[in-house]
Design a protein around this ligand. Structure first.
Ligand SMILES: Nc1ncnc2c1ncn2[C@@H]1O[C@H](COP(=O)(O)OP(=O)(O)O)[C@@H](O)[C@H]1O
Ligand SMILES: O=C(CO)[C@@H](O)[C@H](O)COP(=O)(O)O
Length: 575
């Protein structure tokens, strides 16, 4: 019999990826469907549609069906024998919801293998669009959520996060008010992750124990829905109908087997009827499964958005951060910071530098000059000890943490006198912005993760609290200059590492979850199984030094000014 293969999918804002691995965790095939490039018949830009007047951002669900058919065809045409696939798991962009109608389950069950998914599931939805995580239409609903349990801190304590525009609870509340008839016709609401599992199963799949925490509806400690916020969300339709729409219980086991693959995929693509469908999770929880992460390790994901992720046994909810159940391991949590202004903001600084240094080369997307000035500008753009630190904030889009509108601000901070002064621009504009923007993004992470990190050397406390290792993933993880500054600002007792498949970390994590769910022995944790098969020499590369005492201390002094800068801007922009 041929050796088994496991498939992981990553359904993100801009693309669907499928990645196959063998039992020894090696990649054996992959395929991608880029929504802007490959989708037919949708007027999307960067994977989404927008209604600017109402700050809505959403995606057509039918486009994902088109993508799934194509990615499976591409995997098969690329030489992967799909009959070898023993288990499938996936990752969906977090918070997005899909509103199915009463015909959905019978349509899912009776798919004709001669026809595409898109053609056949057209009639399965109560609403054709899924709200995207970039949506910002729910301020009113968020205010109601934050008040529902007392304060934002109380909501964070119960559900892991204060109310956020993109979280599913506030989105459902707005949906039932804006489209009462469609809400009434909704038989089931799935997340993007459980949507993916439902398609493969041919019936509704439950929510995943980690991804359910991105709704502002799930009480993490109680392990059940929070009745007060459910009541708010259901409005005049009543809590019981909402509970039905959300489905039954949420399995505690992140490796739960939901059943065998639907016959549609067996007949159309040649999957084995024994192929198992494993719970799909959110894209960030899946990313922390791309390696056997140890306590006090941090993943910094540098994609369109930036995220900072840690796996921890401590539940320390706070309105400025997120906690989720860990996707595989009961008793652990995933800590997350999520920033809208990541790659796009860095690209704007890169473009400005390029326009100045090479005006003849219009539209250059080279990172060479950005990297050059990032490395040649001293930390905090401080030319000598008599000069203040240069700090800045670069938000081309409204930010999540801190909750500030779009804008760019520059400050000088003198740590000796603890004085902060706003300035019009940086002293060596635009070159020093390469350093200041990267430092700004990383200082925000260091500030907000400081209560969670421990000394990597607890025995004799030689090192101050900081991550043991920093793992970089996402598109900008290939940038060595950024990696160097990440080590200088965030530390990292053992250094900064890049995952070999760093651009595919999320799909890889989903594939590893399927390996674990199908091959674990009784009680064997994800970390044990993946750790026993994972040889870091094959999978990661050390790309930069981490902790350097003098530089780390200097950034430590800058944090006070950074925090004061955010406070001042928040006070000014309070709505
Ligand atoms: N050499 C590089 N240096 C810095 N950033 C880069 C480099 N190459 C790609 N990027 C950035 O990677 C980002 C895309 O990352 P990716 O993880 O593919 O995105 P997504 O989050 O949409 O999946 C873009 O914002 C791009 O600017
Ligand atoms: O909203 C969040 C996390 O809370 C985002 O991280 C989305 O989950 C991002 O999805 P992609 O950028 O991968 O599409």
């Amino acid at each position: 019999m041929s050796s088994p293969v496991y498939l992981g999918f990553d359904l993100s804002t801009q693309q669907l990826k499928g990645l196959a691995v063998s039992s020894d965790l090696k990649s054996v095939g992959q395929a991608t469907f880029d929504f802007d490039k490959d989708a037919q018949g949708f007027k999307i830009h960067k994977g989404v549609l927008t209604n600017e007047a109402e700050k809505e951002v959403f995606a057509p669900v039918a486009m994902w069906l088109q993508a799934l058919d194509t990615v499976l065809t591409r995997l098969k045409d690329g030489g992967l024998n799909l009959s070898r696939v023993k288990g499938i798991s996936g990752a969906g962009m977090q918070h997005g919801s899909v509103f199915w109608n009463a015909d959905a389950e019978s349509l899912l069950k009776s798919l004709d293998p001669a026809k595409t998914l898109e053609v056949q599931l057209d009639g399965a939805l109560a609403h054709p669009f899924s709200p995207n995580w970039q949506d910002a239409s729910t301020q009113k609903e968020c205010d109601e959520f934050d008040r529902a349990l007392g304060s934002p801190a109380d909501l964070a304590k119960a559900t892991g996060s204060k109310a956020h525009h993109r979280f599913t609870g506030p989105q459902i509340l707005r949906f039932q008010r804006k489209y009462p008839e469609k809400y009434q016709k909704t038989a089931r609401i799935t997340l993007v992750s459980s949507w993916l599992a439902s398609i493969f199963l041919g019936k509704f799949a439950p929510f995943d124990i980690s991804d359910v925490c991105g709704m502002n509806l799930w009480d993490i400690n109680a392990g059940t829905w929070n009745e007060k916020v459910l009541e708010l969300t259901s409005g005049t339709f009543g809590i019981e109908t909402l509970k039905q729409k959300l489905g039954g219980s949420v399995p505690q086991d992140g490796g739960a087997h939901f059943g065998n693959i639907s016959s549609y995929f067996v007949e159309r693509f040649g999957f084995s009827p024994d192929c198992e469908i494993i719970a799909s999770t959110g894209d960030n929880p899946s990313t922390i499964l791309a390696l056997p992460l140890q306590p006090n390790d941090a993943i910094v994901s540098l994609g369109t958005s930036s995220t900072f992720l840690m796996s921890t046994s401590e539940y320390l909810p706070d309105p400025s951060t997120h906690f989720f159940n860990h996707p595989t391991t009961a008793g652990l949590y995933m800590f997350m910071l999520c920033y809208k202004n990541g790659g796009l903001a860095r690209e704007q600084v890169r473009d400005l530098i390029n326009q100045t240094t090479r005006p003849q080369d219009t539209g250059s997307t080279s990172w060479d000059d950005f990297d050059k000035y990032l490395l040649s500008t001293p930390p905090l753009a401080q030319q000598d000890e008599t000069q203040p630190f240069q700090l800045g904030i670069y938000f081309p889009r409204p930010e999540i943490v801190p909750n500030l509108p779009e804008g760019q601000w520059h400050f000088q901070y003198d740590p000796k006198t603890d004085t902060l002064t706003e300035t019009a621009k940086t002293p060596n504009h635009p070159y020093d912005s390469a350093r200041i923007i990267v430092e700004s993004q990383l200082l925000s992470m260091r500030l907000r993760a400081k209560d969670l990190v421990r000394s990597p050397d607890p025995e004799n406390s030689l090192l101050p609290p900081q991550p043991r290792r920093i793992y970089l993933v996402g598109g900008a993880s290939r940038n060595r200059a950024i990696a160097k500054v990440a080590g200088q600002v965030l530390g990292g007792g053992e250094g900064v590492f890049k995952l070999d498949l760093g651009e595919n970390a999320c799909a890889l994590g989903a594939a590893y979850k399927a390996v674990w769910a199908c091959e674990r022995s009784a009680g064997q944790s994800f970390e044990e199984l993946i750790g026993s098969r994972w040889d870091e020499r094959d999978f990661v590369e050390r790309v930069a030094d981490g902790y350097d005492e003098e530089t780390y201390e200097r950034y430590g002094r800058a944090l006070k000014g950074f925090e004061a800068m955010e406070r001042e801007l928040l006070a000014k922009h309070l709505t």
